[in-house]
Ligand binder design. Structure first.
Ligand code: 5EP
Ligand code: ZN
Length: 271
């Protein structure tokens, strides 16, 4: 597989889910082997595990005191499109626009702009299982000949236990929106997060049903979104991974633990 970039620059603008700030992002095509990186206030921040500064409710990157919040949905979309080289310039606010809460609008605008480059991509092949855990939550990664992610969640409210397996069909996850439970909103707001949250960009789940007018986009939308988040966080490795991933109640913090474990293996393979 060849590396890919975009054929020309493209902008997006909108509110950040956590900061409530309006940002404009400009996606600039880049040559082979640049990787994905962010650019804000004169600082380049590579999309790489060394630059992760927060994993509470979002994955944020930072360098030299400059932070870019909530990169995971854009990263997931770039992963699904196989875009390997890109600079994401962030202006105005410090957060990637949430748009409709899913990857759909990014995907729709980018998919016809993706162009192949001349160099091959690198793919990480797992040689042995890798497991990360936190309490009863875990993510297990097994060697496998393709990329597969299963997410299982245990939700209070009528959602109960749900499980979804992604086997590469973008349509299965690209429309899945970020979500929160009604009873969590106050806690999230008290932490200074969710300031840009609204029914336009978040699936708000109550005791008896969802508050969004159109209802759910998939009957198991939250677990599909969790798969989408993991697709994004895994792309911090800077390459696709071949493997079977099983996440039980995972989130960004555990995703990042997995990424670090995989990254350590990668680094020890080089030399
Ligand atoms: C947290 C929110 C709101 C609101 C009225 C209507 C609506 C949204 C999790 C950890 O996707 C995510 N990460 O990638 C995460 N999302 C969040 O943490 C999250 C809060 C909101 C809101 C609202 C208020 C009032 N009337 C997302 C994974 C899913
Ligand atoms: Zn998300």
């Amino acid at each position: 597989m060849k590396q890919r970039t975009l054929k020309d620059r493209i902008d997006f603008e909108g509110v950040g889910i956590h900061t409530g700030e309006i940002s404009k992002i400009i996606l600039h095509p880049e040559p082979e082997n640049t990787g994905i990186r962010f650019y804000r206030e004169g600082v380049y921040i590579p999309a790489s595990p060394e630059f992760v500064v927060n994993t509470f409710h979002s994955t944020d990157l930072g360098s030299n005191g400059v932070v870019v919040k909530t990169v995971e949905h854009l990263m997931a979309t770039l992963h699904l499109l196989g875009v390997s080289n890109l600079t994401v310039e962030v202006q105005g606010g410090s957060e990637i626009p949430i748009l409709d809460g899913s990857g759909y609008l990014y995907y729709r605008e980018l998919k016809n702009r993706v162009v192949k480059q001349t160099e091959d991509v690198q793919i990480l092949n797992l040689e042995e299982p890798v497991v990360v855990e936190n309490g009863d939550a875990y993510i297990k990664a097994f060697p496998h000949n393709c990329f597969e992610i299963t997410y299982e969640g245990e939700f209070e409210t009528y959602f109960g236990r749900q499980r979804f397996t992604f086997r590469g069909n973008v349509r299965d996850i690209i429309l899945a929106r970020t979500f929160c439970f009604e009873h969590e909103i106050e806690f999230i707001k008290r932490k200074g997060l969710g300031k840009g949250g609204s029914l336009e960009n978040t699936l708000v789940i109550g005791r008896e049903g969802v508050y969004n007018e159109g209802g759910l986009r998939y009957q198991d939308e939250p677990v599909r979104h969790k798969v989408f988040d993991l697709v994004g966080d895994l792309y911090l490795l800077g390459m696709s991974v071949r493997g079977k991933f099983i996440s039980y109640k995972g989130g960004h913090t555990l995703n990042f633990e997995l990424v670090k474990a995989l990254h350590r293996r990668l680094v020890s393979l080089e030399v």
